[in-house]
Design a protein around this ligand. Structure first.
Ligand SMILES: [Zn+2]
Ligand SMILES: [Zn+2]
Length: 185
């Protein structure tokens, strides 16, 4: 069963950092959104603190293409890189739709365009939790309207879809939160 570790709680404002997560799925060690941070040690130190190394990371998932979520992708030299339409490894580009793709047992990708046309949400079963790693929300009290949204209709549609099953949301630039009636849809 996958287990989830938060590597960095993201933020926005004068400075920008991505929320970055590590999922230990047994056969796979997965990083989600190795984006902007004040120093790469913010990403690497907690991984080594868990007794793992960047070379052991088998998969990196990009929630979308913005640099604040992708800029440190090369820290993991042996990883398959996943986005909305392909898997990338060295010079091999393998096209596939993200929707329903299982990166590992209990770790599935959903196509959730809204913030950008390239958005994917990573759905993870962790014990009784269903955790959604997603930029459909910037942070817990994200407003109804995403100021950088390219597809408002898709954003609201896919928020609804995720909220039907998610018990915990890990947003693009904030701490994980339990969705409730106040969560923007
Ligand atoms: Zn973005
Ligand atoms: Zn972002």
């Amino acid at each position: 069963m996958p287990s989830f570790h938060l590597l960095n709680v993201g933020y926005g404002g004068d400075r920008v950092a991505s929320t970055i997560s590590l999922i230990d799925a047994g056969s796979a060690l997965i990083v989600i959104d190795p984006g902007m941070v004040s120093s790469t040690s913010v990403i690497l130190d907690p991984i080594t603190g868990l007794g793992r190394s960047p070379e052991e990371v088998t998969d990196v998932i990009l929630s979308h293409h913005h640099p604040d979520h992708t800029i440190n992708v090369a820290l993991f030299p042996d990883a398959n890189i996943h986005d909305h339409w392909a898997i990338y490894k060295n010079d091999v580009w393998t096209s596939r739709p993200a929707e329903g793709f299982e990166v590992a047992e209990g770790v599935e990708l959903w196509e959730t365009p809204g913030h950008t046309a390239q958005d994917v949400t990573t759905m993870v079963k962790d014990g009784g939790e269903t955790i959604a790693f997603s930029h459909l929300w910037w942070y817990r009290d994200a407003p109804f309207h995403d100021p950088l949204c390219t597809d408002p209709e898709g954003l609201h549609l896919h928020r609804e879809r995720v909220l039907e099953v998610a018990t915990l949301i890990v947003p693009g630039h904030g701490a994980p939160f339990v969705p409730d009636d106040s969560t923007s849809r």
